[in-house]
Design a protein. Structure first.
Length: 131
């Protein structure tokens, strides 16, 4: 496996209620992140990291099954993204017995990112991608 896309989308948000489910045009912020990953051939698998069943259902609507929920300790305002990524990567390896060579972080709060931009970013790391 070359690339695993990890999309962190927790349920709680202090400023904007259900922010990751908010619609921007035809899709939710989460939906835009998933579509970006799906539109990039370098991405082999997509993992939505969430603590929220409604977000898990939204991901499923885009064809991404959330197989586990992240612990509440990693869904707080104080949780660090790196800790979420490490948890999810370790859980992914444990659950699927697959070790991705690379991971890509796709924040739902960047809905203007396109598959072309993601592909360009991946191409900037030839050592990681084996090119």
């Amino acid at each position: 496996m070359a690339y695993l896309a990890i999309i962190p989308a927790r349920g709680g948000s202090k400023r904007i209620h259900k922010k990751n489910l908010a619609k921007l045009g035809k899709h939710s912020l989460l939906g835009w992140a998933i579509l970006c990953a799906q539109g990039t051939r370098d991405i082999d698998d997509i993992l939505v990291s969430t603590d929220d069943l409604e977000i898990a259902q939204e991901a499923q609507g885009y064809g991404v099954k959330v197989e586990w929920l992240r612990p509440n300790s990693l869904a707080s305002d104080d949780a660090k993204t790196i800790d979420v990524l490490l948890f999810e990567l370790n859980e992914y390896i444990k659950q699927k017995s697959i070790i991705p060579h690379n991971c890509v972080l796709l924040e739902p709060t960047a809905p203007l990112r396109t598959p072309e931009i993601l592909k360009s970013a991946i191409e900037m790391f030839p050592i990681c991608s084996g090119r």
